[in-house]
Design a protein around this ligand. Structure first.
Ligand SMILES: NC(=O)CC[C@H](N)C(=O)O
Length: 197
């Protein structure tokens, strides 16, 4: 890989555009990924926020679930925000019937844990590994992490709840950093992708 990694944004549903912009400003070549052929060409992948049940259905419909699982298993760096965090969880506490995940992080998530859409909020969140003060987290019907396994490292908490976790090359946040002008979380992820290449 050159110094400029190619990072995909899973573009089945959700806020794809904002992630493409955040990644580009963090010095990555960013492109949408919808098909397994496109997945094969990226060095890392962002799974955006949206609706995790819809995203999991579309992933399975587009034949993407297994290719995603395989690349994550093989160590491709992956970063999931909000619904993307849910997709990276090995277990969902309150799944809709038939809701599947890609998995990769040994954690149990609770969907919509922070409340409904009209209870969305912003909060300053201190993230381990990010210098220069807390990041502004936007929480929209956000999940929290009930518990993590031995392999997973908690990198941020808010209000006594786990809101960011890292396990090897997989990173997940309950909140949406792509909706702010602060792209330090994306820069951290770009560094994780560079470290693998
Ligand atoms: N902003 C979001 O990604 C919301 C996630 C949504 N509550 C879900 O379960 O998928």
């Amino acid at each position: 890989m050159s110094d400029t990694p190619v990072i995909g944004v899973l573009a089945l549903q959700g806020d794809v555009r904002e992630h493409l912009i955040a990644l580009a400003s963090a010095d990555a070549l960013a492109r949408p990924v919808r098909r397994s052929e496109e997945l094969a060409e990226v060095d890392g992948l962002v799974i955006p926020g949206g609706e995790s049940t819809t995203m999991s259905k579309l992933a399975s419909l587009f034949g993407m679930l297994e290719p995603l699982r395989e690349r994550v298993r093989n160590g491709m760096p992956v970063y999931g925000t909000c619904a993307g965090m849910i997709l990276l969880a090995d277990k969902i506490l309150d799944p809709r019937s038939g809701q599947e995940t890609v998995g990769g992080i040994d954690m149990i998530v609770r969907r919509n844990a922070f409340g409904r859409q009209n209870e969305s909020f912003e909060a300053a969140v201190e993230v381990a590994g990010i210098e220069g003060g807390p990041v502004e987290g936007v929480f929209i019907r956000a999940p929290w992490v009930e518990s993590v396994g031995a392999q997973a490292e908690v990198v941020a908490e808010h209000g006594g709840h786990i809101v960011a976790v890292r396990q090897g090359n997989a990173l997940a946040t309950s909140f949406h950093p792509e909706l702010t002008g602060d792209h330090r979380v994306h820069a951290l992820f770009v560094d994780m992708v560079r470290a693998v290449g």
